[in-house]
Design a protein around this ligand. Structure first.
Ligand code: V0V
Ligand code: CO
Length: 140
């Protein structure tokens, strides 16, 4: 079902500072910066590697306010890994297959994600405590 790990989402207080750390420590390169009001984040995608299944990134996430998903996470748990995003061919199809196995979908229909992707989240309580995102990259 999964093509690759599309990205690992990392919650942080200060996006620009964390980008600086990833650039200077790991030599990663920012390929996209966006504000996603619906998701309550300011985020950056940093390129990690290209593989057979597509490209993998690190996604750095700064909350737009304390009441957002990432804002609440930071207050409860502090900075760190927030979610894993898996690349899928067809997000609607993957959602239906996964829901049929009894895993709760947070999103009833796909949402707008970074760099034109269609995304959907699965509830962390049904995935062993891991917030899981499905990512369908836009057609080339
Ligand atoms: C919350 N919980 C998590 C978690 N966030 N567990 C694992 N990983 C996380 N990231 C746990 C939390 O500790 C609680 O457990 C329980 O879930 C309920 O949490 P809450 O703080 O009361 O918050 P809720 O229920 O209001 O919201 C939690 C969910 C929410 C997961 C439903 O964060 C959500 O809808 N997330 C999906 C959207 C999102 O995260 N967007 C930002 C990334 P206990 O304490 O009860 O045991 S946007 C993105 O990735 C984009 C745009 C992209 O990739 O393109
Ligand atoms: Co994400």
């Amino acid at each position: 079902m999964f093509l690759r790990i599309d990205h690992v989402g990392i919650a942080c207080h200060n996006l620009e500072e964390k980008i600086g750390f990833y650039e200077s420590t790991f030599g990663l390169v920012v390929v996209s910066r966006e504000v996603n009001e619906a998701q309550g984040v300011r985020e950056a995608m940093l390129h990690v590697a290209d593989g057979e299944g597509g490209t993998s990134y690190v996604q750095l996430l700064e909350p737009l306010s304390p009441e957002t998903a990432v804002g609440k996470f930071l207050a409860k748990r502090g900075e760190g890994v927030h979610h894993i995003g898996y690349g899928v061919e067809d997000v609607s199809k993957a959602m239906a297959e996964i829901a049929a196995k009894g895993v709760r979908l947070i999103d009833e229909r796909p949402r707008h994600g970074s760099m034109g992707a269609s995304i959907a989240f699965l509830h962390p309580k049904d995935v062993g405590g891991v917030l899981t995102e499905l990512v369908e990259a836009p057609r080339q």
